[in-house]
Write a protein that binds this ligand. Sequence first.
Ligand SMILES: Cc1ncc(COP(=O)(O)O)c(C=O)c1O
Length: 441
Amino acid sequence: MLNRVNAPNDLSAFWMPFTSNRQFKQSPRMLVAAKDMYYTTADGRQVLDGTAGLWCVNAGHCRPKITEAIQHQAAELDYAPAFQMGHPIAFEFANRLVDMAPDGLDHVFFTNSGSESVETALKIALAYQRVKGQGSRTRLIGRERGYHGVNFGGISVGGIVGNRKMFGTLLTGVDHLPHTHLPAKNGFTKGVPEHGAELADELERIVTLHDASTIAAVIVEPVSGSTGVLIPPKTYLEKLRAICDKHGILLIFDEVITGFGRLGTPFAVDYFGVKPDIMITAKGVTNGVIPMGAVFVTSEIHDAFMSGPEHLIEFAHGYTYSGNPIACAAGLATLETYKEEGLLERGPELAPYWEEALHSLKGEPHVIDIRNIGLVGAIELEPIAGEPTKRAFSAFIKAFERGALIRTTGDIIALSPPLIISKVQIDELIDHVCAVLRAVD
Ligand SMILES: Cc1ncc(COP(=O)(O)O)c(C=O)c1O
């Protein structure tokens, strides 16, 4: 095959994202092929994918329908602008997405990533308040330990110090709710934790401080993924919704990870029964195969923009690749694959098995907490004194050497396999993690 390089001899040009570049380039971990639940490494080993790539390959790797759809679309209509022009597949995909989305989220804005979806959602929220005549509502409220991608809006409302501290003053007018991670009270909880709903009341404190008339929106991940799988306490999201409603504040759910089946339901909205005004997605929308994101909004928000002279652009925002035809083709084939195989509703079948398997690691060396929901789980390790993240990183390396891809964030191992995983493969993954826990210092 043209341009096929399985073992490059110079790794210096590619400045790798979110990577310890020097460590990687001394001992590279190269993936050269993938099929269903496994990657193939450059040295020909099979590695079980315990993280769906980066929380995105929900239907497993190199699924034929998706591959064929991309090939076909690339040959038929490779690119078409979406500014003042249209092409049918983008409308088709938007319709299918809205059909499967929670009721009331009836319009979709296309982007190319989770980070772009976040920026889009924040801009929609601010602009919506303005078109409604509430232009004083300019503040955005995020949450500590929230991850909303890496662009300026996202890191401003996000709550991960390492992602924020290097980049100046960020957006102004942002405040943060406290995170909901309470290991002393909720340690080793199976599923949704009991304690901490009162942390939602902190929003009332923030409203009292700034006044509701200055606040446009609150943005949270229903379940925080990237900071180590932080599951909202019982009734926490309901409380946030109620406080937002009381004060006319928009509620944005960032479902970049939780969307498309991760919790065993199509969206976290379906799992928790709490509906936001704006729902952010990406990753699983195309099975991670082609970059894409989709921001869902209510008709109330969408329709508020549809006024004024008809020749004018209603919302000055969009990307060259919004609704890219090949991404839409990948997305349609992804939704078909999810549907044919019932992948977005595998929770009842798999989640109890997953939960038991994960919690069987209680008592293994270094484990200080285990948490799970749907098909996602976290194993929190005691950090090595004075060397945070080192233990988890060596667990990651050892797991890869043994034949499993896991993800670590801080000293937390996060697992989120493709939704096609079998019970035998769950056992295989947990066996790898168990062996690694026993092997690391
Ligand atoms: C909740 C959440 N929002 C946004 C993003 C950013 O997505 P992307 O990396 O596609 O920009 C991520 C990525 O992991 C995420 O988990």
